[in-house]
Design a binder for this molecule. Sequence first.
Ligand SMILES: Cc1cc2nc3c(=O)[nH]c(=O)nc-3n(C[C@H](O)[C@H](O)[C@H](O)COP(=O)(O)OP(=O)(O)OC[C@H]3O[C@@H](n4cnc5c(N)ncnc54)[C@H](O)[C@@H]3O)c2cc1C
Length: 474
Amino acid sequence: MSDVPYDFVIIGSGPAGQKAAIQASKKGCRVALIERDRQVGGSCVYRGTIPSKTLRENALQLARASQCQQAVTVQVEQHAPMNHLMSRLQQVLDSHDHLIADQLGRNGITCIHGRATFKNPHEVAVTRVDGTSDTLTGKHVVIATGSRPRSPDDIPVDHEYILDSDSVLSMCYLPESMLVLGSGVIACEYASIFALLGVNVTMVDRFASPLGFLDPDLSARFQDSFEAFGGRFVGNAKVSDIYWDGACEVVARMDNGLQLSAEKALFALGRMANVDSLGLAAAGLEVNQYGILDADENCQTKVPHIYAVGDVIGAPALASSSMDQGRRAVRHALGLPPGAPAHTIPSGIYTIPEIASVGLTELQARKEYGSVKVAKVDFAEVARGQIAGIQDGLLKMVSDPEGKYLLGCQIVGEGATELIHLAQMALVSQQPVDIFVENIFNFPTLAEAYRIGALAVIAQRGAANDESSLAAVV
Ligand SMILES: Cc1cc2nc3c(=O)[nH]c(=O)nc-3n(C[C@H](O)[C@H](O)[C@H](O)COP(=O)(O)OP(=O)(O)OC[C@H]3O[C@@H](n4cnc5c(N)ncnc54)[C@H](O)[C@@H]3O)c2cc1C
């Protein structure tokens, strides 16, 4: 039994738990951070964001090198070892590990490795790998235990032939072909990365198009690019049976009679909160019908001194939003102003090409405001797009019916996840669309697309309610 009561006992060292711990220690609190893995950082660092983005960056660098065909010939070897394709990963992980450990150390946070389970609402037992156990008492407790890939009983994920998003990067070699089941964010990110690396990728989903929750202009552009570098999308099909044939292939049968096979399959159909081993009942908590914890906008659960942050409370389930939730929860617990909750959370999807969105889509804006003004700018019209060979991009600006204020922005194309923050800043500070015209941006930049889009919105001001004037700029 630990005789030191902590101000905060934080369970989980992913982005949510880390930022909660740092915020608490910055306010002079005694903080214990419990992590069951050997290293701190969470899924984000070891199984999600960082590894997938490292592979993506390497795939893009290879693709860019092969664009300079007159100077060099670059081709990814069939069956190239994955560790060669992820060559910089260990370096990235080491520097991340160093950075996080250093931050936690500098802030005097006590890091304890073991599995946490509630004994009662203020006491958390930590069981180490050697079986020994301690009990920590916390004035406040923050649950930041994250999520893991969903694995339904009828999908025999064996991590060798049928993989999930945790095991996909432990493949030894680049396969010749891959089936990707699902077409959400993680499925599309991996499908497009492997397709760019030359793998024969077939993505299957019960919906008609990939990333179906997006503005249709964006998902159509993504599908075009994916298919342009060899990927195939099969929509309106649900897998009814999938198995490894024991020799060389994974075979998947669809409910519409179609049969597909490939060397490997990746199952990426959602994630589940890590709550099973927490002993929630002892804390006076339970999960809701979606298997996640309920929490209010300050991440407070129904037990007032227990907060839940990050993937464990569900959407948007991003590293970016998880960090903010950690900070917000601690500030609320300490009676400090947490700041207004962010209503304009940008989403970044690291497919190839990238996709990003903030605010309302055209469809949502039309439902809410009626006849909105829309501008679509093709990256091919932007000098930087031509120079950098980024021509399959599109920036879409959605403004109110008067064409005065931005309501939302969606972008597909390399650079989208960075570019979107300009729209985000205009949205949160409620700037008129004119700000993109009356200010000078560097040239040549992809950000020039905002200026072109704003000009197109302004041009529509005189033609209110004329639906035909909402046409694309190009
Ligand atoms: C393939 C992939 C790509 C992604 N790409 C992006 C991206 O590009 N951008 C983005 O913003 N987000 C991305 N995400 C999402 C992002 O990784 C998560 O939203 C984020 O990691 C959630 O942070 P968290 O702190 O809630 O949980 P996690 O990062 O999952 O950390 C939770 C930690 O809690 C620990 N834990 C669990 N139970 C216990 C217990 N009982 N006791 C002690 N410790 C415990 C776990 O070991 C883990 O270390 C991606 C996810 C995946 C899977």
